[in-house]
Ligand binder design. Sequence first.
Ligand SMILES: C[S@@+](CC[C@H](N)C(=O)[O-])C[C@H]1O[C@@H](n2cnc3c(N)ncnc32)[C@H](O)[C@@H]1O
Length: 259
Amino acid sequence: MQTFIDYLIHRIRSKTRHGVHSPSVYALIDTCIYADQPEVSKAILDHYAAAKKDLRLIKGEDLGKDAHTEVSVAQYARTAAIIDVQAALLHRFVHRSQPKKVLELGTNLGKSLACMASGAPSAECIGVEGNHGLAAYAQKAMSALGLDNARVVNASFEAYLSSDQGGYDVVFVDGDHRYEPTLRYFELVKSKMNGGGAIIFHDIYWSPGMKRAWAEIKKDRNVTVTIDLFFLGIAWMGKPQAKEDFSIRFPSSLIRLFF
Ligand SMILES: C[S@@+](CC[C@H](N)C(=O)[O-])C[C@H]1O[C@@H](n2cnc3c(N)ncnc32)[C@H](O)[C@@H]1O
């Protein structure tokens, strides 16, 4: 209920592209958020549509609860994987920015990783997933889809970030949607960006904790521009300068946006 109220408030307060005066942000909104090209490939969409009917069980572990899990591919595909309209936005975003190195924290079955990796085929795309069964599924999916530029690492976010090389241009944070861990991952990722780049947070209105975390991320001195699209927030990193925060109305119906 609270999320729905937040959504209505966002809908009223947010602007369309016509209310944006910054030329670079307008261009991004026009060619990425309000565009529908390039599309995610049919092979990727078909793979994850078929996953919704796949009753095979994935054995793994839930890091948050420190428990073993056995969940069907179908259940993950229906409840955890990003929905098509949001996945398509990530695809366009990466296609537009053509990063060299992309990191995803929280890969699950690999849907968002596949959409980003196919958007920038020359980028090195790394997905981090703590559940070993999910990581294995996602890696197999990348191979089946011919996405040789994507690889999946089975590790906790903390373990991965404590030893990786960094140099990221785009990071998508989509796991452990709580206040303290989200800010901790933000601090770790911040120091590993390739000079500037964008950190994208999924589900910024998911809980009071996520809302607070997003509010603090916006205030960070190295965050120069933010775009709040309700279902995700994009924070551009750079040298401290005057900030600009945009709340943009995503051109999609409520039903298509969330289900
Ligand atoms: C919402 S799902 C990701 C969905 C995926 N990005 C997509 O859109 O297709 C979140 C994933 O993050 C993983 N996860 C959560 N906390 C984690 C942690 N601390 N370390 C590693 N993986 C974690 C979970 O196992 C889960 O598969």
